[in-house]
Design a protein around this ligand. Structure first.
Ligand code: SAH
Ligand code: SF4
Ligand code: F3S
Length: 453
């Protein structure tokens, strides 16, 4: 493909120069960030972005297949473009990401979507410019799914959405193979970026571009560095990045309880620049189900981490992911999950109904749970969590949180590391977007207010 770009540089300027693109993104933060890199790739073709899909010459769907619902949504939205493409065949439609990368997806995309011009997977998205060029020459559909990355997405320059928080990849892929999950099949094996590359990217974002939060991304960030020639642990990477000068904080996601070692807790406690927030998906409160999920930890291990991190960092904000209705989950197993939520009192819970993913072991497990029952369990869990969160607001009273001071609708607001807003009435800000400690002095109508200390 490389030579295509060289030979047809004339065609680049002729066919895409000045045209507009629109990207629709589904799925996780990883995908959101990859879309930011797709923007970088498309800008190299001298294209500009439009918010209005109707005005776009190139429409890109960056898809997700984590659950059936995600697939259906993307598929239906692509299908909806068929009449538009028929009306104006010069529009170029691209589908990329996790959905086409599946071996046995719900939809046979090549057959069902002949009007989609380019269908590529996760491992060759970084060559979108070259696929577009080729398409401009041949006018034919390109369907190309490859099994291993040729080069990573790192060579693409991200054009980021947000101006406060920047996503930065540290590790790609996943080696865990939880029995319900499609990610290892569509994202390949773990591959860490070199520490110095991450360092330089973060330094540039903080010192030259003014970012206040850096969110390190990976399917399992705690696995970072194990595959490097000179291994470096995730805790060591955090320490290294904290040596970058500047007023900023580092967040990271996602952590896996199996690899969430105490050295990470230590760095989180001692390093001011590591945000006091942690997303630690537990998935289930039943050790029996966790074993069937191939999660490599039990409830006791998970609760041990929670106990230690709460002790080390009392102001920590915690969130988790839960799957309800995993095959064979009994009412008793489910109640153990509710019990865990009551014990931990997460600040936020992302709960999902188990969705069968063809090609994963759990899809063939016996005792699949009825959709209706899954729905009943999900709603029960969400109701409980809502109550817990309502109660949780009390814990903020009289406590001091290190906050990013912002100016929202004419009022100064402190944003905690966990994203909670604390209003600071009467505060005359000279500037904004700096970190300062804020003490909560009032809680009214579930709103917090306080003073800068
Ligand atoms: N790497 C992360 C999560 C990636 S997917 C981790 O290990 O935690 C994000 C969340 O989607 C998972 O935590 C899980 O709760 C949910 N999920 C994954 N596969 C699913 C499936 N087949 N059905 C329902 N939820 C699923
Ligand atoms: Fe999926 Fe498990 Fe890997 Fe997370 S750790 S991406 S849930 S296989
Ligand atoms: Fe979805 Fe792929 Fe992320 S399946 S959750 S977009 S890694």
């Amino acid at each position: 493909m490389k030579s295509v770009q060289k030979e047809n540089s004339q065609i680049v300027s002729n066919s895409y120069q000045g045209k507009k693109y629109h990207i629709v993104t589904y799925g996780c933060q990883m995908n959101v960030h990859e879309s930011e890199k797709l923007r970088g790739i498309l800008s190299v073709l001298n294209m500009s972005e439009t918010e209005d899909i109707d005005k776009a010459d190139v429409i890109v769907f960056n898809t997700c297949c984590i659950r059936e619902g995600a697939e259906d949504r993307a598929y239906n939205n692509v299908i909806a473009l068929k009449p538009i493409k028929e009306q104006d065949p010069s529009k170029v439609i691209v589908m990329c990401g996790c959905m086409p990368q599946q071996k046995k997806g719900k939809y046979n995309l090549k057959e069902k979507l002949p009007f989609v011009d380019i269908i590529i997977g996760t491992h060759n998205m970084n060559m979108l410019d070259q696929y577009l060029l080729k398409h401009a020459i041949t006018g034919e559909q390109i369907y190309d799914i490859i099994e291993k990355p040729v080069t990573g997405m790192d060579n693409a320059k991200a054009i980021r959405d947000d101006h406060l928080n920047a996503y930065v990849n540290i590790i790609y892929g996943c080696n865990k193979f939880c029995t319900y999950c499609i990610v290892p099949y569509v994202r390949g094996r773990e591959s860490s970026r070199l520490p110095q590359d991450i360092y330089l990217e973060v330094r540039d974002l903080v010192q030259n571009q003014g970012y206040k939060y850096i969110t390190l991304l990976g399917q399992n960030v705690n696995s970072y560095g194990k595959d490097l020639k000179y291994p470096m642990s995730f805790a060591e990477l955090l320490k290294y990045l904290c040596t970058i000068e500047g007023d900023f904080k580092i967040k990271f996601m996602t952590s896996h309880p199996m690899d969430f070692t105490d050295d990470i807790i230590k760095v989180m406690k001692t390093e001011y620049k590591v945000a006091k927030t942690l997303h630690l998906p537990v998935q289930s409160g039943s050790s029996r189900i966790l074993a069937k999920m191939n999660r490599h930890y039990n409830v006791k291990h998970y609760m041990g981490i929670i106990k230690r991190i709460k002790r080390a960092i009392p102001n920590i904000s915690l969130s988790t992911d839960i799957i309800v209705g995993f095959p064979g989950e009994t009412v008793r197993d489910f109640e153990m999950t509710l019990k865990l939520l009551k014990k931990v009192k997460f600040d936020q819970v992302f709960a999902f109904m188990y969705s069968k993913r063809t090609g994963t072991p759990a899809a063939t497990f016996e005792n699949q749970i009825d959709e209706k029952e899954k729905n009943v369990r999900l709603n029960k869990l969400l109701r409980l969590q809502k109550m817990i969160q309502k109660e949780q607001i009390k814990k903020y009273f009289n406590k001091t949180y290190d906050c990013l001071i912002r100016h929202i609708n004419g009022v100064a607001v402190g944003i905690t590391d966990g994203g909670k807003e604390i209003y600071i009435p009467g505060y005359k800000y000279v500037n904004q977007n700096y970190f300062a400690p804020v003490k909560v002095e009032n809680i009214r109508n579930h709103k917090l207010s306080g003073v800068i200390k």
